[in-house]
Design a protein around this ligand. Sequence first.
Ligand code: ADP
Ligand code: MG
Length: 254
Amino acid sequence: MSQRSFILSLEGVHKEFDGFKAINNLTFYLDDGELRVIIGPNGAGKSTMLDIITGRTRPDRGIVEFGQNTDLTQLNEYQINRLGIGRKFQTPSVYVEHSVFENIWLSLEGNRGVWSTLFARIKPSQRDRIHEVLKTVGLATQADRKAGTLSHGQKQWLEIGMLLAQNPRVLLVDEPAAGMTDEETARTGELLLSLAGQHSVVVIEHDMVFVRRLARKVTVLHQGSVLCEGSVDEVQNNERVIEVYLGRRKKGEH
Ligand code: ADP
Ligand code: MG
């Protein structure tokens, strides 16, 4: 139904919670290989949008499609994840008692859980893949460290690595820079930029310095629908955006 090159299409999506319109006639398209940033005030529906894409929440109506004709509203969370849509929540959830290496190993495509994985013999191809992922997320030198001892930022990267280990087509990342140092934030920006192209990436963020660093197409969500879409400059200069969102934040910045 939707145009051919989109990896994700949402059209006329609605979701109410007890009469409150959390998502209200939302239409959103993501190009294959694109990195898109979604911003919007608290309660705008950003996380609910990801819940709908990943099958955690069912929309009341509307179209949610993966690729050309896979209707995501008919699938459960597990099936959607298996299609290649990976999500990273705000708080990192890593296996704190296991090493960084093992965390990636446990997340590799086709692995079936902690025990069967860690008692199986690792294949050379798996080892190579794990090192490749660790290199991508900047944790190559931390492979043997217990995940629980990593810094907050490193845990976030490890979790992004755990997603990458599943080789997803689409990565959905909710506020990755929250709680990070400036340096960690900068490295996270570089990491996400490096993933675009090979993967399609949706990043929810409200730190405008970080958004500017990513400098890609931005979608502004407000009251469950798209208020405006465009470059960082376009959305920052949009009157309606300034009114509902940036205007309030601008005072606190710089
Ligand atoms: P954002 O991520 O943009 O801050 P959310 O998507 O988390 O916003 O929430 C949008 C609105 O929907 C909020 O008012 C929130 O309280 C409400 N909401 C989200 N999920 C649920 C739920 N499962 N039950 C009831 N209300 C919800
Ligand atoms: Mg949220």
